[in-house]
Design a protein around this ligand. Sequence first.
Ligand code: SAH
Length: 392
Amino acid sequence: MCYAIPGKVIDINDAIITVDYFGERKKARNEFHELAEGDYVYAQGGFVVQKIPQDQALGILKGWEEFFFELKEIDLKLTDKPKNLYQVANSIRQKEMGNACCIHGIIEFSNYCSNDCLYCGIRNSNADIWRYRMSVDEIIESCEEAVGKFNFKALVLQSGEDPSYSEEDLASIITTIMNKTPALIILSIGERDIEVYRRLYSVGARGALIRFETSDSLLYKKLRPGHKLEERMGLIKELKSMGYLVFTGFLIGLPHHGQEDTLNDIKLAGSLNPDMFSFGPFIPHPDTPLKDTPKPSIDSVLTAIARTRIMYPESKILATTALETLDKDNGIRRAFLSGANSLMINLTPKKYRRLYDIYPDRADLDTEISEKIESMLELLRSIGRAPTDLGL
Ligand code: SAH
């Protein structure tokens, strides 16, 4: 099973195209490709990312045909007669969003960070970790492998706040990927000048993963020395208005924060009209000032997912790796059964993965990428989800 389904272009209205797959129709924005009706494309997050040859598309679709409807049946069965909060949220997800799921790859390309966030293991003043920085060529190679070998259509490029990558470096990475192996590129590089983000948009980046971390502005100031919540919020809003798909959210279980605070966080995230909610548990790191804060319970995270689904029925909600770290066997599955519908797979080269130590004991530090993909697809199959995030 491939983890994206090609769609057939059935209508073109300037930049907005209508795509059909197995009778379902979705719209997507086409900015980069010459298209005609009858062509086959892959779309992600509402953007056409790749045009593919008809024979290849038909081959993949054939493999999917029966399966596609089987998965829907499984999902329907699992959402029948909901009894508790999680099940209610999951059945709302089924009704509003169907069984589509998006899978993004994430490449963590540098753990250097000029910030000193109290919660984060790669904070500047943590002298106890090895620092690494992938070269421009290494980053491009990893992206090419992600798209060419592993078939990803959407890639998150994440790092600490590392100014040693110039605007030119970042632009050349994106330009090369868009030319050679186009994908939906999502930046997760923290606070850079808005003009840098504008330039990166102009060369093809279309997503920004940038959390506001907490809606409590006093706590924010304490946790992120030298930064203010309003500045972060201002940047997120500007990115959204520039056209970026915005993935945002917060940490659950920060010191002295409970359910009430999480509700405020959910509402603040919702007010940004995010293209994806990305929030997860805060996991204390032993080399940070917050090392003695207790971990939040998995239920507090599942409750937040379920509430977000109920409050924002048509949203995309990520099942995060941090949640998976809290429950390595079942965390992702439980998130999906509580309203989540998006997934990220870590594609950072193995030699660097362990060093991107934002929190301890992360899931999948040693797993081969191909094994991880297989196990995630297996999980999705078992709960009737299809990786068919076609768009708008
Ligand atoms: N420099 C980028 C990326 C930061 S790392 C930026 O500023 O946006 C990505 C995310 O990891 C952060 O937004 C934070 O929410 C999360 N994170 C950091 N430390 C964590 C911890 N101890 N537990 C769980 N998540 C953490």
